[in-house]
Design a protein around this ligand. Structure first.
Ligand code: GLN
Length: 563
């Protein structure tokens, strides 16, 4: 039986529980422990697959085709684990399963209640993670903030879990905020005390507190928090803001969190080294030799989290090239009405990410045409590849009105269309082509140069496909079909002849990139962007922080379909 660590959050949301959990996992892995991470999400959607990215951020896809919370992306990027369906549990799934059992008559006439039926189901899901697998530690991150009505069943299940397995086998870590009040010139501990008080009311006494803060928390302040929150002073861990999220494991270790965890869980303490991580990831991310500017042209640009894995993967591609990547976020809808493509000038690479719905499509097409004609490195992902095919059809093959049937059912040239098996699908949830599929790569292509192997596996999340009827026409006009499914039926990668670097893929490579092991396509994209920059004298010398606009949901976004 593995040891279990429950990570909860208090005071406010967005404190970075996901990154904290992933960082703890990283530190424990460095000691040679085998660690799994699970996210428990309180909302009633069965999964985030149909949710608007403005509400939820990116949908992260696992190898086994689960549509999950973006925190799973952090877990996979920070650790060696490959996660699956059992690593993300939502209240929706829990209730769905309990109600299905009730309808089947499994409860033999009993009254079905939150306690014990929902909580028992949650405990089962927690145990599922390590069923038939050998883990030393399982970290369960509980979504939401202490005090929320919604997360109560999860917290109650965690409380019971600890009661059943005992103190030496389970641990509660609570992440809180210690705000700095400018006018008083002081850090304040009261919100932390209240938040711990809220947890205590439901029977949970945290063992370790991770305190997010802008300023240093000195020993006196730590002692005060320890006294009022009933934890040991060494169990008060400062988590000061860092320049790169990849520094967090180093900062936590520096604070000695691993010593406290090992001591409380009676795990033999081994120092473990994060030296490689520091050298190959953190130092490279903080002190890159070069800088390059990349445009990301999408429709969820206003929200930091909507393209999370793509932004991280670009950084990884940067790290692999000793380069800092300055990301210029461009709202594709704004490009539609723009008289000139001024916004795209001065960038050394253009990336068009995945998406759903017709808003902003014409802007993406304009950006792709610009990249194709001006020979700027271009990288298209999923909808980005579909748009590259549409743009090529319209502007190179002269197929006026070419489109995807997702956006125009009556287009005269449906270059992107539905496969037969998708045509009768009515439900939106979980019905796309999801998860890992193999793809064969043709020799002497950009794709082969990047991967250096003939067969790969990548994760998918889409319904529409390249229409095979147009294969020949595309190829004759210089579009190379560089990756196809083993059956030969599905086009997975396309690239342009006569262009220095133009590659678009139907899958989502961003779900498999890690800071210390950049995805090969991202690595090559940044490499080609550097070459473009050099050739065109576009050197940028100061790192400009990408501007993150406020996450306002555009009105027309409401009611739009996202799956
Ligand atoms: N909307 C497109 C499809 O369903 C692309 C999906 C995506 O980019 N993830 O095929």
């Amino acid at each position: 039986m593995p040891k279990h660590i429950f990570v909860t959050g208090g005071v406010v949301s967005s404190l970075g529980k996901g990154i904290a959990s992933a960082s703890i996992a990283k530190i424990l892995e460095a000691k040679g422990l085998k660690v799994a991470i699970q996210k428990l999400d309180p909302y009633l959607n069965v999964d985030p697959g149909t949710m608007n990215p403005f509400q939820h951020g990116e949908v992260y896809v696992t190898d086994d085709g689960a549509e999950t919370d973006l925190d799973l992306g952090h877990y996979e990027r920070f650790t060696h684990s490959t996660l699956g369906r059992e690593n993300n549990v939502t209240s929706g799934q829990i209730y769905y399963s309990v109600i299905t059992k009730e309808r089947r008559g499994d409860y033999l006439g009993g009254t079905v209640q939150v306690v014990p039926h929902i909580t028992n189901e949650i405990k089962e899901r927690i145990r599922d993670v390590s069923r038939n697998k050998r883990y030393d530690v399982v970290i369960c991150e509980v979504g939401g903030t202490a005090g929320d009505i919604e997360s109560l069943p999860f917290l109650e299940a965690a409380r019971q879990f600890r009661h059943e397995v005992g103190r030496e086998n389970s641990l509660f870590i609570h992440l809180t905020l210690v705000p700095y009040i400018k006018a008083a010139g002081e850090l304040k501990t009261k919100p932390t005390q209240h938040s711990v008080g809220t947890l205590r009311e439901i029977g949970i006494q945290p063992d370790i507190l991770i305190c997010r803060t802008e300023k240093k928390i000195d020993q006196a302040m730590k002692d005060k928090i320890a006294l009022f929150c009933n934890v040991e002073p060494e169990a008060v861990i400062e988590a000061r803001d860092v320049a790169s999220i990849y520094e967090c494991p180093l900062a936590f270790k520096e604070e000695g969190i691993d010593k406290v965890i090992c001591q409380k869980l009676k795990i033999e303490y081994k120092a473990g080294s994060l030296h490689e991580w520091k050298k190959n990831v953190v130092d490279k991310a903080l002190h890159p030799r070069h800088l390059v500017k990349i445009a990301v042209v999408g429709k969820y640009i206003e929200l930091q989290d909507a393209y999370k894995s793509i932004y991280e993967s670009l950084k990884h591609g940067g790290i692999a090239n000793d380069t800092g990547v300055v990301i210029k976020r461009i709202n594709s809808e704004k490009l539609e009405t723009a008289r000139s493509l001024e916004q795209l000038k001065g960038v050394s690479g253009i990336l068009v990410p995945g998406g759903f719905g017709s808003r902003g499509i014409e802007g993406k097409l304009k950006a792709i045409q610009f990249a194709r004609e001006k020979k700027i490195p271009f990288f298209g992902i999923c909808l980005g590849m579909q748009c590259a095919a549409i743009e090529f059809a319209r502007n190179v093959l002269d197929m006026k009105g070419a489109h995807s049937t997702e956006f125009n059912k009556k287009t005269p040239f449906p270059v992107i269309s539905l496969l037969e098996e998708q045509q009768n699908v009515k439900d939106l949830g979980g019905t796309m082509r999801l998860g890992a599929y193999p793809c064969q790569i043709k020799k002497d292509t950009l794709a082969h140069k990047a991967y250096k192997v003939d067969e790969i596996s990548e994760r998918h999340r889409h319904r529409y496909e390249f229409n095979n009827e147009y294969r020949e026409k595309f190829q004759k006009a210089g579009m190379r079909l560089s990756g196809v499914s083993p059956s030969g039926k599905l086009i997975e990668m396309i690239e342009l002849e006569g262009h220095p670097w133009f590659l678009a893929v139907q899958f989502h490579p961003e779900f498999k990139s890690k800071p210390d092991r950049s995805h090969p396509i991202f690595r090559e994209f940044i490499r080609s962007a550097l070459a473009f920059q050099e050739e065109h004298g576009l050197k940028i010398s100061t790192p400009v922080e990408p501007e993150i606009a406020k996450a306002e949901v555009p009105m027309k976004e409401k009611g739009e379909v996202h799956a």
